[in-house]
Design a protein around this ligand. Structure first.
Ligand SMILES: C[S@@+](CC[C@H](N)C(=O)[O-])C[C@H]1O[C@@H](n2cnc3c(N)ncnc32)[C@H](O)[C@@H]1O
Length: 321
């Protein structure tokens, strides 16, 4: 067992909404330590699957865990991997994205994701990437820092924090940064005062929202007609993007390509919250891709019944791959 075991969040709910069956193909965009993937592959009876993660340690771990020939493990970010899959004209019956960081990220001091453990200011999910949190903290202007902390952490005291960081440069460790932020915000409450700042830096280092926003429309194209997609997000900025993409594709009428399975996001029950603190902010949205669009019946001037031609022309046609 991995020393920092990752518990898959909302696993029962993911299985309910994806409803995997024998023979279905599966794309896991954030495979991590394979908690969801193993449960889904057990239901699809190891049908062809692609599991992606931008963190090499997660992929290396999975290589030892999943040895089925049908399962292709890819170390890449999900945007470039999705672009490549689309180019290859691949489609999947089941798609899952369980966004954000894994427990091993948060619990491994050397990765620098946590304000609670002394470590370097790193925060890269893909360690081959050059940009680190340390470069941002010590290299961005005060204005750039404040903007990132406000936009990606939704931190009301972003300006004050940025000022204090600049005054205390160079900032080298995660604990040092956590102390600077704590002193600057002077806030008490249930969550650690540095939570929002650490979230913001992590999102900036990994360009998480840019990745998600650009990849969402590709995922809908990668889904087979009749296929199901489930996305778990961990903060409102992510959930807003997922909600918007699903809403646009699931609109009323003949242009809809998705049918939403969750009107409101699904959250964890008390039992899961008790055993897995990461589940606290998890939100699951799921949808099914419409198989064939109904032919709207209209009558023309001669009273003949026909199809509503304009609904089938133009850009918004059901994507054919
Ligand atoms: C919450 S964990 C997934 C856990 C997994 N579902 C499980 O049950 O073990 C999120 C994973 O997504 C990966 N990840 C986050 N953003 C990514 C991206 N843009 N491209 C590829 N992988 C990403 C992270 O490296 C992390 O391993």
């Amino acid at each position: 067992m991995h020393r920092n075991k990752h518990h898959p969040v909302l696993l029962a709910e993911v299985l309910t909404y994806l409803a995997p069956e024998e023979g279905q193909t599966y794309l896991d965009l954030t495979a991590g330590y394979g908690g969801h993937a193993k449960a889904i592959l057990a239901k699809t009876k190891n049908s062809p699957a692609v599991l992606i993660d931008r963190d090499k340690s997660a992929i290396d771990y999975l290589k030892n865990q999943i040895k089925t020939k049908n399962v292709n493990l890819i170390h890449q970010d999900f945007l470039s991997a999705s672009q490549k899959l689309l180019k290859d004209k691949t489609q999947f019956d089941l798609i899952l994205a369980d966004l954000g960081v894994s427990s091993p990220h948060l619990n491994t001091a050397s990765r620098g994701f946590s304000f609670a453990i002394e470590g370097p200011l790193d925060m890269r999910m893909d360690q081959s990437q050059t940009l680190t949190a340390e470069q941002i903290v010590n290299g961005y202007s005060e204005k750039q820092l404040a903007q990132a902390i406000r936009s990606y952490g939704e931190e009301p005291k972003a300006k004050k924090i940025a000022k204090s960081i600049v005054r205390n440069r160079p900032v080298i460790s995660s604990k040092e940064l956590a102390n600077i932020v704590t002193t600057a915000v002077r806030r008490r409450g249930k969550t650690h005062p540095a939570t929002k700042t650490f979230q913001a830096l992590r999102i900036e280092v990994n360009q998480e929202l840019q990745q998600l926003e650009a990849a969402l429309p590709l995922w809908l194209e990668l889904l087979s007609p009749g296929g199901r997609i489930a996305i778990i997000s961990f903060h409102s900025l992510e959930d807003r993007l997922v909600k918007k993409a699903f809403k646009e594709a699931g609109g009323q009428g003949y242009d809809a390509t998705l049918k939403l399975l969750t009107k409101q996001p699904v959250t964890s029950d008390k039992n899961e919250l008790f055993t897995n603190p990461r589940a606290r902010s998890a939100k699951l949205r799921a949808a099914v891709k419409i198989k064939t669009r109904p032919q709207p019946v209209t009558s023309n001037r001669l009273g003949r019944k026909g199809t509503h031609a304009h609904a089938y022309s133009g850009k918004k046609q059901f994507p054919r791959l």
